[in-house]
Design a protein around this ligand. Structure first.
Ligand SMILES: [Zn+2]
Length: 262
């Protein structure tokens, strides 16, 4: 091995260690809940400059996202966090350069890692904001026209990345459903995991809002990392707004609201 090669390996290793340390530190800070985290919502037109979508995103203001703030505040009350308000949402600018398209799960781990790097680079170039990013989470919302029966690409929240990409419908009727997705993806960025099975049904007990209710069905609320309310062993419905969602105990542990049992 030449000296040059050794030096190159040392440099690369230090970059990796540095990045890992930065990510860890960022995650610790974001989950200490000593001060509100700033959540910046960037709006984007996901439909090739559709005029209806443009109109919708230009008319949005911070008040649309208030239910997300209120939801986290209300759900956190019983956990005695230092921050009385876990998050503060602020609307960032409309972005015109769209993020790289996320790979499908079938494309394998390497594709996902590669996308993660491209995505971070894109976010670094486009999410221009003066505030320190140690307590900031960027949520990139791509709005699409509402077409009956149309389903959207999956939203993703990067664990440790403190960033999420949300696909949403550009319609006032959908605002409250969009807020459920935003809250769900935000929670992924601070460590929460999904709590539903491959067929979308809630996992028991972690995916139930009230796993101790008797009789168990119908449940009246959804666990936020499921988003669906179990009505019987085989039926469920989507929660309509965050008023119908709760942060369950397992999620509270994952996001460090409750000490994890070990
Ligand atoms: Zn999820």
């Amino acid at each position: 091995m030449t000296l040059f090669k050794i030096i190159r390996i040392i440099i690369l290793l230090s970059v990796f260690v540095g990045l890992a340390f930065y990510a860890k530190n960022q995650k610790l800070k974001s989950r200490s809940w000593t001060e509100p985290l700033t959540v910046v919502i960037y709006r984007m037109n996901g439909d090739n400059n559709s005029r209806a979508v443009n109109e919708y995103i230009n008319e949005l203001d911070d008040s649309v996202f208030e239910p997300v703030e209120r939801f986290l505040q209300k759900q956190s009350e019983k956990y005695q966090l230092i921050a009385k308000q876990p998050i503060q949402i602020r609307m960032g600018p409309v972005l015109t350069v769209l993020p790289p398209e996320a790979p499908l799960a079938e494309q394998g781990y390497a594709a996902i890692i590669w996308w993660g790097l491209k995505f971070r680079y894109w976010a670094f170039k486009n999410a221009v904001d003066s505030e320190s990013n140690m307590r900031r989470i960027d949520v990139f919302v791509l709005y699409h026209e509402t077409v009956k029966g149309r389903s959207l690409q999956h939203s993703v929240g990067l664990d440790k990345g403190l960033a999420a990409v949300v696909h949403a419908f550009a319609s006032i009727d959908q605002d409250q459903q969009n807020n459920i997705v935003i809250a769900h993806e935000f929670l992924h960025t601070v460590g929460a995991t999904d709590k539903y099975a491959a067929d979308n049904s809630a996992l028991f007990p972690v995916g139930y809002a009230d796993p101790e209710q008797s009789p168990l069905y119908p449940q009246s609320k959804a666990e936020i990392m499921v988003g669906r309310i179990p009505l019987s062993e085989t039926t469920m419905r989507m929660a309509e707004s965050l008023d119908e969602c709760v942060i369950g105990q397992q999620t509270a542990k994952e996001i460090n609201w409750l000490p994890a049992d070990e």
